[in-house]
Design a protein around this ligand. Structure first.
Ligand code: PLP
Ligand code: FES
Length: 418
């Protein structure tokens, strides 16, 4: 896995002389061609700076931005004035957490989050700890979900902020954000939710859900990379300390010239998601269930995370007695990941699966399949056949598999220290 990039690409074209079937939709999605078409005019004729108030170029860019703001707001039941453009979910999480913690620090310094959050939340909370805030990291249950009782027990008089994601990027489980919102509101605590993986997959209604800050990104929902948004509630009004200073764009909350083409793309992607979501979820779920059924025909396969409270496009599976990285190398014809894209560069077992109580071995032998808008039934059937054959071959080489087959309980073996 650690060969130079050009070597890796070259080798992979030897074993699979074409682009592999894409099953990594949670790392990023392809841009929908309709989204790309929407973006192009803002790179060509309508290239104006949306902040230019004195001519047609500026006005048309500004109009595109406000149209897109409306589409993003409409998908999540927000007022367009509650949507602040950012460069993606990482920035939105930083702005939400640092912005709220610093604005409200005189009220208290305690923050609650969950061990299985994305690094863009965990590392930001760690940074806040370095600045003098205190944090509690909730441990999810074996199914990946937290309970409302757990959260209630962690709340202290000085808790100012709770951050719980809507959909987990590795295992796809959906956290109970309606109940979390109710509890936080009743205690006067700000509730931030990272919904990067949720748009177009879970119905979000911020008129109903008592969430104060919500993070979005375009590139997980068939939009371009490098653009996102932060929802900032107006009623009751949530205040933030800006993290980016400059020209005072986005009502002073996020300075910087707005990337019109990116934003127009995000707006179009979210507009399409709203229209097509219900039909798409049914189609994708049928494909995911077909994949799950096929893979479960292999012996010693475990699904990670709750299957009921879960987005329909995610399947995270551990193939016991097979090393995850070797399996990924053996199945070059499909593009999957052994965890989340950001952490797959390290060979550490997934911290998300570890937090669910999975052993190192099972965490190491896990693969995340995430499918989507352009996945076909043929892709699924090909994947099942490929996995059946490669898992079988790798196990033939595994002494542990032989022992398991001979009925030896491996957990009782005393391994030599090294
Ligand atoms: C849950 C979650 N939050 C945040 C991010 C970071 O998003 P972005 O790439 O837009 O910064 C991701 C992407 O992997 C994610 O899955
Ligand atoms: S791309 Fe999802 S973890 Fe970074």
């Amino acid at each position: 896995m650690n060969a130079p990039l050009d070597k890796k690409i070259e080798q992979s074209f030897v074993t699979a002389p074409h682009f592999p079937i894409y099953m990594d939709y949670s790392a990023t999605t392809p841009v929908d061609p309709r989204v790309a078409d929407k973006m192009i005019p803002f790179l060509r004729e309508q290239f104006g700076n949306p902040a230019s108030r004195s001519h047609m170029y500026g006005w048309s860019a500004e109009a595109a931005i406000e149209e897109a703001r409306g589409h993003v707001a409409a998908l999540v039941g927000a007022d367009p004035r509650e949507i602040i453009w950012t460069s993606g979910a990482t920035e939105s999480n930083n702005l939400a957490l640092k912005g709220a913690a610093n604005f409200y620090k005189t009220k208290g310094k305690h923050i609650i989050t969950v061990k299985t959050e994305h690094k863009a939340v965990l590392d930001t909370v760690r940074e806040l700890e370095r600045q003098g805030f205190e944090a509690t990291y909730l441990e999810p249950q074996d199914n990946g979900l937290i309970t409302i009782e757990q959260l209630a027990a962690a709340i202290r008089p000085d808790t100012i902020l709770v951050s719980v994601m809507l959909v987990n990027n590795e295992i796809g489980v959906i956290q109970p954000i309606d109940a979390i919102g109710e509890l936080c509101r009743s205690k006067g605590i700000i509730f931030h939710c990272d919904a990067a993986q949720a748009t177009g997959k879970v119905h979000i209604d911020l008129e109903k859900t008592k969430c104060d800050l919500m993070t979005f990104t375009a590139h997980k929902t068939y939009g371009p990379k490098g653009v996102g948004a932060l929802y900032v509630r107006r009623k009751p009004r949530i205040r933030l300390e800006a993290q980016m200073h400059g020209g005072g764009h986005e009502r002073g909350l996020r300075s910087g010239t707005l990337p019109t083409h990116q934003i127009a793309g995000m707006g179009e992607a979210f507009r399409l998601a709203k229209i097509e979501m219900d039909a798409e979820l049914v189609r994708v779920k049928a494909l995911r269930d077909r994949l799950a059924k096929g893979l479960m025909e292999i012996e010693e396969v475990y699904i990670n995370g709750d299957m009921e409270h879960r987005v329909p496009h995610n399947l995270n599976v551990s193939f016991n007695y097979v090393e995850g990285e070797s399996l990924i190398m053996a199945i070059k014809d499909i593009a999957v990941s052994s965890g989340s894209a950001c952490t797959s560069a390290s060979l550490e077992p997934s911290y998300v699966l570890r937090a669910l109580g999975r052993s190192d071995e099972l965490a190491h032998s896990s693969i995340r399949f995430t499918i989507g808008r352009f996945t076909t039934e043929e892709d699924i059937d090909f994947t099942i056949d490929l996995l059946k054959s490669k898992v079988g071959k790798l196990r033939e080489l595994s002494p542990l598999w032989d022992m398991y087959k001979d009925g030896i309980d491996i957990s009782t073996i005393q391994w030599a220290a090294h």
